[in-house]
Design a protein around this ligand. Structure first.
Ligand code: PEP
Length: 280
């Protein structure tokens, strides 16, 4: 195991910080074994013409220059089947942005995990802060959705992250640990789980934590995973929040960062592609 000196968040030298702040050192051999994942979250954006054109553009780039990273796009539900057709034969995977905790039933406006599978998805984003905040989703609800995804064979991208107030109060670790503990069904492993650390204050704001801050929280998440999944070293932990072509390389190089969940920049083919290339 190669131990790398990192800087603690407040600029303290790492050796002086208490162990609970540092988490375990990053094992860069294990990190190298985890293929990076660059996931685009289109959110509530895109009509048929521009959504399909964006997917076509990305599929063309991926065919011409196969990326080292795994690529995933998560369009809104109305575009899933059309984008699935565009992506047929492409290395780019398709994902949904949410699913219900039930596999079918009387839930007007919702979408079930088997429907996402049927539309060609292999992933689903769950617990995004916009859903936790706007739709009051609890950890227990996210956990039920993750169970539905697992029963359907969808891999879950489980989003966790603290608000600015929580960070300022020094509660970032506690918040991500609680969200992870409450949202993660028992028995989920690396084959069906990706964790996305998305500090709420960084989403769509243009503000990002420093790479050292990201590495520090990811180290804590990795330590929490060790208590909760059988193969914690294999679970990918993405960073999300204002990832752009200009900051992707340094964020992706930070310790225990195994990829990125990209919102705004995933709507521009050149930008998403530049971020994918920054992943190596
Ligand atoms: C997101 O919403 O998952 C996200 C990371 O958004 P943005 O990249 O726009 O901050």
């Amino acid at each position: 195991m190669i131990e790398v000196r990192r800087q603690a968040p407040q600029g303290r030298p790492l050796a002086d910080a208490p162990p609970s702040v540092l988490g375990d050192p990053v094992d860069f051999r294990e990190k190298a074994l985890r293929r990076k994942l660059i996931a685009g979250n289109w959110k509530m954006n895109g009509r048929r013409a521009d959504g399909l054109a964006l997917a076509r553009d990305l599929a063309g780039r991926a065919a011409a220059e196969p990326p080292a990273a795994e690529l995933l796009i998560c369009p809104p539900a109305t575009l899933l089947m059309g984008v699935a057709e565009v992506l047929a034969g492409s290395v780019i995977a398709l994902g949904g942005q949410d699913c219900h905790g039930d596999l079918a039933g009387a839930h007007t406006g919702d979408i079930a995990a088997p429907m996402l599978r049927d539309a060609g998805c292999s992933y689903v984003i769950l617990g995004h802060s916009e859903r936790r905040i706007e739709h009051h989703e609890s950890d227990a609800l996210v956990c039920a959705k993750a169970l539905a995804a697992r029963r359907t064979g969808l891999a879950v991208i489980l989003c966790i992250g603290e608000t600015a107030e929580q960070r300022d109060a020094g509660r970032a670790h506690e918040v991500v640990a609680r969200q992870l503990g409450g949202s993660l069904p028992q028995g989920l492993g690396a084959a069906e789980l990706v964790v996305a650390y998305e500090p709420v204050w960084a989403i769509g704001t243009g503000r990002t934590p420093t790479p050292a801050d990201v590495a520090e929280v990811h180290g804590h998440i990795r330590a929490e995973l060790k208590r909760r999944v059988a193969d914690p070293a294999a679970v990918r932990i993405l960073y999300g929040g204002s990832v752009k072509p200009g900051n992707a390389r340094e964020l992706l190089a930070a310790g225990d960062v195994d990829g990125a969940l990209v919102g705004g920049a995933s709507l521009v083919a050149e930008d998403f592609w530049a971020i994918a290339r920054a992943a190596g």
